[in-house]
Design a protein around this ligand. Structure first.
Ligand SMILES: *Cc1c(COP(=O)(O)O)cnc(C)c1O
Length: 366
């Protein structure tokens, strides 16, 4: 069993993806070709955001969004330490200082109630992460940010396709930044990402920064990067969009089935909470276990791959330890010790899911 089954997905979409790739090879416009604009327009329509700026990766999306805010050295960005390193990494690379605020223990998302106390005169932005595919408490975070005149950047690398009330992830704040890394809910066949915003001025800034700060050809108005997403990868995303609605519906169904089956088989197992006003697209189907290494080893023996997202909160990583006391953010520390992700993708079959649940029940009983 694959942890994430990309082979079945390709088998289902093969003709479509191959044809789209072939078309790019035929027209030869590998950089900023027609598929780039076509994908950006399709994703604007999907999310409802006014602008989509495709970029080289999810990491690059975060960096370019921060650069568009013109962060000054020492400016603070409030974020979660329980995330992939890129979140805090790009804050530092953009000249900022990450200010870590703890997560809610049941959703593992940034605790909006703790944000206001972390704001100082140097704060410029809040960067919540919509972890595992569930949107963070964006209304509450936006409200605090508005009171203090701060920008909000949703790190939506894991939540593309997720709903928050009647709205979509990536269209909930100043910026939404997502990733098309192959294993994300909407993936390409390499690196890719996108920035979403409905602010015309910031969108223009992102477009310029994406291409070395050029406002016209060879007129470099500002500092930028080489951060474009290539045409071939946009063609792959377009090929995958044909089945994306089905995939999201299937992910929601599998998430619900995991909950139901796990509650029946292992009533004591702590599952991730999903708030009533939103869904979770389960970029990772993550549960909380004690004695994780032993459970993972037993599952591995049973042929079930697992993963840990993430084994250390960022303030326990050597590169970011200086930004918080070691005992800060206790819920993030506890989650890092206990989280374990199970096989998940739209092509996971019901039978495979039953096998995972039975193996986990046996592993926990051992
Ligand atoms: C994957 C991920 C990123 C980085 O995306 P890349 O496309 O791999 O650069 C950033 N933040 C989070 C939360 C992620 O899961």
């Amino acid at each position: 069993m694959d942890f994430i089954d990309l082979k079945s997905q390709y088998a289902a979409l093969r003709d479509n993806i191959n044809a789209r790739i072939q078309k790019v090879l035929d027209h030869g416009q590998y950089i900023l070709g027609p598929e780039v604009k076509e994908m950006e327009a399709a994703l604007c329509a999907y999310t409802g955001a006014r602008h989509c700026i495709s970029v080289a990766s999810g990491t690059e999306a975060l960096l370019i969004a921060l650069m568009a805010l013109d962060l000054q050295p020492g400016d603070e960005v409030v974020t979660s330490p329980f995330t992939f390193a890129a979140t805090a990494e790009m804050i530092v690379l953009a000249g900022g200082v990450p200010v870590f605020v703890d997560i809610e223990p049941d959703t593992a998302n940034l605790d909006a109630r703790l944000v206001e106390a972390a704001i100082t005169p140097r704060t410029r932005a809040v960067m919540p992460v919509s972890l595992y595919g569930q949107v963070a408490d964006m209304d509450a975070i936006n409200a605090v940010a508005a009171r203090h005149g701060l920008a909000v950047i949703e790190d939506a690398a894991q939540s593309f396709g997720a709903s928050y009330g009647s709205r979509k992830s990536c269209n909930l704040s100043t910026f939404g930044c997502t990733s098309f890394f192959p294993s994300k809910p909407l993936g390409c066949y390499g690196d890719g990402g996108a920035i979403f915003t409905s602010d015309d001025r910031l969108a223009q800034a992102c477009r310029e920064i994406r291409t070395h700060g050029q406002s016209q050809r060879y007129l470099h108005t500002r500092l930028g990067v080489g951060g474009r997403m290539d045409t071939l990868q946009c063609a792959v995303v377009l090929g995958k969009l044909d089945r994306f609605e089905w995939e999201i519906a299937r992910r929601l169904q599998l998430g619900e089935a995991y909950r139901r089956k796990l509650q029946a088989a292992v009533p004591a197992l702590q599952l991730l909470a999903v708030r009533e006003d939103r869904d979770c697209v389960w970029a990772q189907y993550t549960v909380f276990v004690d004695d994780r290494e032993a459970v993972q080893a037993r599952l591995k023996q049973a042929g079930i791959p697992t993963a840990v997202h993430y084994p250390r909160p960022l303030h326990h990583q050597p590169a970011y330890a200086r930004y918080a006391e070691a005992d800060a953010c206790p819920h993030s520390i506890a989650a890092a010790r206990r989280v374990m992700s199970l096989p998940m993708s739209a092509d996971l079959t019901d039978a495979q899911q039953d096998e995972v649940v039975a193996a986990l029940a046996r592993a926990l009983a051992a």
